[in-house]
Design a protein around this ligand. Structure first.
Ligand SMILES: [Fe+2]
Ligand SMILES: [Fe+2]
Length: 159
């Protein structure tokens, strides 16, 4: 059994990951509805990834015999004024997620919950890549490039 405080934070994070998955679906649709299919695909894949993050936590809580539930999804932003707004907000949401995982690691260590601390390392490492890949989109859009012309530049590392 893992530490109770860490378990509560992990349980809440299931909701945050599923919320991010839904948010990225809205973003993917925002792009796809404008015919920007590669931008849409980037965010549909991002949405799948967030769901897989939630499942990874679910699996860990099951494996450690930790009770949990599925939190209500936080409301997502359905409309955006520009692609720049989308990617800047996505980056700040990812930075918030990174801070959450750092906080969880801090609590896990303070509580000497080494099992959870070890589990959290994967997410801490993953967030480096998450921030970098969204950060590249921010740079791309700030360059002023036409979004259709930018589509071939959107290939992302599979992981
Ligand atoms: Fe995530
Ligand atoms: Fe993410």
């Amino acid at each position: 059994m893992i530490n109770k405080n860490v378990a509560e934070l992990l349980n809440a994070q299931i909701g945050h990951e599923l919320g991010a998955s839904q948010q990225y679906l809205a973003i993917a649709s925002y792009f796809a509805s404008q015919g920007l299919d590669a931008w849409g695909d980037f965010f549909f894949k991002q949405s799948d990834e967030e769901r897989s993050h939630a499942l990874k936590i679910v699996r860990f809580l099951l494996d450690t015999g930790t009770p949990f539930d599925f939190p209500a999804l936080p409301s997502h932003q359905p409309h955006f004024d520009s692609a720049l707004e989308v990617v800047e907000k996505s980056l700040s949401w990812e930075q918030e997620v990174t801070r959450s995982f750092h906080k969880m690691a801090e609590v896990a260590l303070a509580e000497k919950d080494f099992t959870s601390f070890q589990f959290l390392q994967w997410f801490i490492e993953e967030q480096v890549e998450e921030e970098a890949s969204i950060g590249r989109l921010v740079d791309l859009i700030r360059s002023g490039i036409n979004l259709f012309q930018a589509e071939p530049l959107l290939s992302r590392d599979e992981h």
